[in-house]
Each structure stands twice: as structure tokens, then as C-alpha cells.
Design a protein around this ligand. Structure first.
Ligand code: 4SX
Ligand code: FE2
Ligand code: CA
Length: 367
């Protein structure tokens, strides 16, 4: 961990097309829409295992919320021909921000459309766009309020999901993606770099947690994962036990562990279509205006797992296709810069723990 470059937060100052425009006031990441190929298999995963609450259900979709949600949903799971991500939605501070969102996205060259209330069940008027990074995004304020189940402990299972936490997206050019989100008013909390100036990943936030969105370097646009938070680590461990008990431990992709970046306790699951779902807890408060940026060296073996556990190769290579506003897959752009899994020997777990001593990584000794 080294101090960050002093200019890291100012890099997103609006220039060119957005000069003079005020970006929309984004409160937080709010919900994702995933296309799945077997709704019944997904129903088991999202309600039977994760315990998400069904707010509404149609012939081909489930509208799900976590125990703290009072908005209609934080996840839509919709049946379709091919597994994909159909939407990443952000909540605005008021309905007046819709015009700002539309103007801003048009200025950065996005394909934008304004949709009336009810276009998505439970959601008011919205601005939808294929953003400059190639992702289907939505900005909304109005949404249907439903009962908040915070204290319905009679309904909380041992693995209760409290909140929606973040999106993680794969983009070929992390600095360009970071500048785009900074222009939208997001602040960088952490990143992963090397000495030659290559940026491998960055984490950006609007709400006072480490992130609402993270950018992972790779062929993109693709969705890397969506993350839900629990109150406690024990709830994450229970989900592992639950999967073991039903002989579905193969749906555990990575973890449980402690992230270096964000400090969060984590678990990555694969839903029945291979969409990656992270369960996350214990990151830290970032709401002060001078929250310090943390930069990790890509060779620091504790950056992605604080205990030095290897990252499985699939975590670096696999991600979900994203759809454009017409439901067509968005073509991939290859990453031209170095890839993290290549510069860290093997997939991971082989790099330096104590770089000052020039020592060997803990697992490299064993092969
Ligand atoms: O793998 S990392 O420790 O870099 C990491 C990945 C940290 C926080 C996250 O939410 C994540 O997905
Ligand atoms: Fe994450
Ligand atoms: Ca490594």
C-alpha cells in the first residue's frame, strides 16, 4: 500500500463536451436486472439460498428485495434466451435530476432514452442509456415503497441479506472508465496499479461506503458481479454451510475471505447461469470529503485476499455479457494493456508478501 498520486481525485473534472454541465446527483447504485435461462433454478438460488424477498412476480420475472429495502426491488431476475446483464440502475437524489442525467449522458455521446413510470415494474420515470463504457444503465428517483423488513427477524434466515452494495464491471481501459465515473461525481476510494503506470482496477463511490461501482480491467463491457451485503460475517459463513448441505458447493467460486482492497469479508457465488454474485460485509466509511485514496501494488499478494489466498483463474476471466437497450449483446473490446492474472504469477497467491525483504510468496515455495 502506497500513498496515492495527488491528482487522483481531480482527474474527473468535466472537460470538453461536459464543460459547464452539472452532473446528476447520484445517491447510490440501486438495482440490477439479470437475464437468466431457467427462472425456477434462479428462484431457488435467489430466494431459497440467499433469502431475498419477492416483492412481485410476473410470468417471466422476479422482483426481489433485501431485508432493509423499502424501494420495490434491488434485483430483477428475468427469463430470457441467453444469460446476460440487462441493466445497472442508479438512484438519483430527486426527480429534478432526471433532466441533468439526460443532458449529461447525451453530452458524453451515450444513446439515451427517457422512459415513463412503470416501464420497469415499481420504478418511476427514468433515463436509460447505453453509457460510453457500453453498459445499459438507468437513472431514476421515483419508486414504489414497500414494507421494510429490517425487524422482521421471523423472516430472516441465518444468511440474511441486508442491502444491495455494488456493481463490478469489466472494462478494457480502467483509467478511461474511472474518468467517466468521476465526471458523474463519483470519487475513487482504492485502486490497483503497477510501477509502470498500468491501472488494473479501481473502486468508486457516491454513498459513504468503499464503492457503488468497481472497474476491473479486461475484455469488456461485461458485468463482473453484483454484490449484496450482510450485517455479519456469520451470515456469509452460513451461506457456505447451506451450499455444502445441499451438495452445491460448486456454486462457491472464491472465498470466503477478507479482501485487501475495501477490507470487506467476502464470498463469490455463481448463480445457475454463471452470473457472479458477491456477498460482502465490513468495509469502511468513506463519506468525508478528504477520504484518503488507497493504492495497492498489483504484486502485493494481500491486495485481493488479505490472507494471501490465491484468486481462482475463473474470477479473472469469466464475466456476464451485457445487453444494449434493444436487448442485443454488446460486442467486446479487447484489453490491450497488461492483464492482472498475467503479471501475477499463476492466477494469484504467488506474489510478494513482504516486498521490502524481497521475499518469496508463500505458495510459490510449494510448487
Ligand atoms: O479482490 S479485491 O480484494 O480487489 C475486491 C474485489 C475488493 C472488493 C470487492 O468488492 C471486490 O469485488
Ligand atoms: Fe465486489
Ligand atoms: Ca499473485
Amino acid at each position: 500500500m502506497t500513498p496515492s498520486p495527488a491528482d487522483a481525485q481531480s482527474a474527473g473534472a468535466p472537460t470538453g463536451a461536459t464543460a459547464g454541465l452539472t452532473p446528476p446527483d447520484v445517491v447510490r447504485c440501486a438495482y440490477a436486472e439479470l437475464v437468466v435461462t431457467d427462472l425456477e433454478a434462479s428462484r431457488w438460488f435467489y430466494t431459497g439460498l440467499l433469502g431475498l424477498v419477492v416483492t412481485a412476480e410476473t410470468k417471466d420475472a422476479l422482483y426481489l428485495r433485501s431485508f432493509e429495502d423499502y424501494l420495490h426491488h434491488c434485483l430483477v431476475v428475468r427469463q430470457g434466451p441467453v444469460a446476460a446483464c440487462a441493466k445497472l440502475a442508479y438512484r438519483l437524489r430527486s426527480a429534478a435530476e432526471l433532466d441533468r442525467a439526460q443532458a449529461y449522458l447525451e453530452a458524453v455521446g451515450a444513446t439515451v432514452r427517457r422512459v415513463p413510470a412503470g416501464t420497469t415494474l415499481g420504478i418511476g420515470e427514468a433515463v436509460q442509456a447505453l453509457d460510453p463504457l457500453g453498459f445499459p444503465v438507468e437513472f431514476f428517483y421515483e419508486a414504489e415503497h414497500v414494507e421494510r423488513f429490517t425487524q422482521r427477524y421471523d423472516l430472516h434466515g441465518a444468511g440474511a441479506i441486508t442491502r444491495f452494495d455494488h456493481f463490478n464491471v469489466v472494462v478494457p481501459d480502467v483509467p478511461a472508465g474511472t474518468r467517466y465515473y468521476q465526471g458523474l461525481g463519483f470519487r475513487v476510494s482504492e485502486d490497483i496499479r503497477d510501477d509502470e503506470g498500468t491501472v488494473y482496477a479501481s473502486w468508486l463511490h457516491r454513498k459513504a461506503t468503499v464503492h457503488d461501482v468497481a472497474l476491473t480491467g479486461g475484455d469488456g463491457p461485461r458485468l463482473h458481479h453484483v454484490a449484496f451485503s450482510t450485517h455479519e460475517r456469520s451470515q456469509i459463513l452460513h451461506l457456505c454451510d447451506h451450499l455444502g448441505a445441499v451438495r452445491r458447493s460448486d456454486q462457491i467460486e472464491r472465498g470466503p475471505g477478507r479482501h485487501g482492497v475495501t477490507n470487506a469479508f467476502y464470498l463469490y457465488l455463481l448463480d445457475p447461469d454463471g452470473h457472479r454474485i458477491e456477498i460482502y460485509t465490513h468495509d469502511y466509511y468513506t463519506g468525508d470529503p478528504d477520504n484518503p485514496l488507497i493504492t495497492w501494488d498489483v504484486h502485493d499478494n494481500q491486495r485481493r485476499d488479505f490472507w494471501g489466498s490465491p484468486v481462482v483463474p475463473s474470477w479473472y476471466t469469466e464475466a456476464s455479457t451485457v445487453l444494449d437497450l434493444d436487448g442485443e449483446p454488446v460486442p467486446l473490446v479487447e484489453r490491450t494493456e497488461q492483464r492482472e492474472a498475467e503479471v501475477t504469477v499463476g492466477a494469484d497467491g504467488f506474489s510478494l508478501n513482504r516486498s521490502a525483504e524481497g521475499g518469496e510468496g508463500k505458495i510459490g515455495q510449494q510448487v
